[in-house]
Design a protein around this ligand. Structure first.
Ligand code: NAD
Length: 356
């Protein structure tokens, strides 16, 4: 079977779904790889590197399986042939139009967002690999915007106190943010509504902020809070947030708008020069003052809500993503042909459209 790798078309998307090292491995399991010229350009991977790894340059859209990062546009779906498969982020819960179009086009869609969070599927878990990039990058952004040092410094010119960083929502991105902030020397604290996270927070040297609210949902995710719980949380967090130099928010509930954790008043209460980095911008943001895709300064506090931070580190983000795609392809392909076994719980869960 042939695997097609298009050049990503979404503005700002610098990642590519396969990298040369992974192309080599796929060749070894009997797959042909067709790469659109320039597909790796934004990730600084030249066409020649793909060719050297055994890929052919050409039209990726007629392949048996097309692998992408961002969801396909309507035009891109039109270019897929009926009976083909598509692997990528397909936003099945937030953009049902994508799935609808794929179904109409007779394309089997495999959504990386819907890979179950079980040990066997960890190698395919692109939400996790990309969340690691986002969590790391969020801290660097915060450190750049903050008017104060992260580490404690003892110098001839005096001693500087370490910054304090609070991470709200400690899934994969939040845990990486805590670890990264710690490495830079900040004092770190983590908060989540899933109590099982407390030990993970402590394991990266952070304090656990306990507000006495629990909201455990299904599949390892949080559930949405009730209106009363939300009001209570917002009130308690407004108090807690003001003591920190840096607040990084990553809280998500699958398929729902991002929970509002940081009210405008809380930002007003922060020390001038402090920073909020909100990673939940794509679903509306965790901070009331966030403007998704922009950085605003309110009462001398910087509120950044970058969209798609993984694309700002395209080399490693693509490398990790490509490994995830490879693992899923290996599950889909039997003897060099696409033959998904839907009794496999991983494939059954991530397949969002298929021929009846
Ligand atoms: P996510 O991106 O869906 O959400 C980020 C965090 O926000 C979560 O920890 C969630 O509990 C928290 N959150 C949601 N609403 C909140 C609120 N109102 N207040 C505070 N926090 C709130 O989460 P994720 O990073 O995708 O991880 C979800 C879980 O899956 C984690 O427990 C993670 O360890 C687990 N996981 C398991 C595997 C595996 O076993 N294969 C792989 C990856 C992740």
């Amino acid at each position: 079977a042939a695997v097609g790798v298009p050049r990503e078309s979404r503005p700002g998307e610098r990642r590519v779904a396969l990298v040369p090292g992974v192309v080599e491995r796929l060749r070894r399991v009997g797959l042909d790889v067709v790469v659109e010229p320039g597909a790796g350009q934004a990730a600084l991977i030249p066409d020649a590197a793909f060719e050297k790894a055994g890929a052919r340059l050409g039209d990726p859209w007629s392949a048996d399986v097309v692998v992408k990062v961002a969801p396909p546009s309507a035009e891109e779906v039109d270019r897929l042939r009926s009976g083909a498969a598509l692997i990528g982020f397909l936003e099945p819960r937030t953009e049902p139009d994508v799935v609808r179009r794929l179904r109409r086009a007779g394309v089997a869609g495999f959504a990386l967002e819907s890979i179950p969070r079980i040990s066997r599927a960890q190698s395919m878990d692109a939400l996790s690999s990309q969340a690691n990039v986002a969590g790391y990058r969020a801290v660097l952004l915060a450190a750049t915007e903050c008017t104060r040092f992260f580490p404690m410094l003892t110098t001839a010119a005096g001693t500087v106190k370490p910054a304090s960083a609070l991470v709200l929502g400690v899934g994969v991105a939040g845990l990486q943010a805590l670890a990264t902030a710690k490495r830079l020397g900040a004092r770190t604290t983590g908060y989540d509504v899933r109590p099982e996270v407390a030990d993970q927070v402590r394991s990266v040297g952070a304090q656990w902020l306990d507000l006495g609210l629990e909201a455990v949902g299904e599949g390892g995710y949080a559930r949405e809070l009730t209106a009363e719980e939300q009001a209570e949380q917002s009130r308690l967090l407004a108090d807690a947030v003001t003591g920190f130099d840096v607040v990084i928010t990553t809280a998500l509930v699958p398929g729902r708008p991002a929970p509002r954790l940081v009210p405008a008043d809380a930002v007003r209460g922060m020390r001038p020069g402090s920073v909020v980095v909100d990673l939940a911008g794509a679903t509306g943001g965790n901070c009331e003052l966030s403007e998704p895709g922009s950085t605003v300064v309110v009462h001398d506090v910087t509120v950044a809500a970058p969209l798609n931070l993984p694309a700002s580190m395209p080399e490693h983000a693509s490398e990790l993503y490509a490994r995830n795609v490879q693992a899923l392809l290996e599950l889909l392909v039997v003897d060099g042909r696409i033959a998904p076994d839907f009794s496999d719980e991983v494939l059954a869960a991530c397949c969002v459209t298929r021929e009846e």
